[in-house]
Design a protein around this ligand. Structure first.
Ligand SMILES: [Zn+2]
Length: 81
């Protein structure tokens, strides 16, 4: 189900996403959203990012690294050889 909503920016430029929208995308605190800004169209689009391995782009058996990056178990094992 696609829908639109309106929210106002607070003094720090933040917007609270409605709970229905967060649930629809299974968004959780700490999830990464990419932001696409188009000044000509006056649009700003948020897109949920799926975590993937920094080396192979796999999405299974991920381990977190600093700066919200990830490595998969297989690549960690290859690095340790
Ligand atoms: Zn990997």
């Amino acid at each position: 189900m696609e829908y639109n909503f309106e929210r106002s920016l607070d003094e720090l430029g933040r917007v609270v996403l409605p709970v229905d929208g967060r649930r629809a995308l299974a968004l959780r605190e700490g999830d990464i959203l990419s932001v696409q800004v188009d000044p000509q169209q006056q649009t700003l689009i948020l897109k949920k990012q799926t975590p993937s391995c920094l080396i192979c782009r796999g999405t299974e058996n991920l381990r977190p690294l600093p700066n919200r990056t990830w490595l998969c178990k297989a690549c960690i094992n290859n690095l340790n050889k």
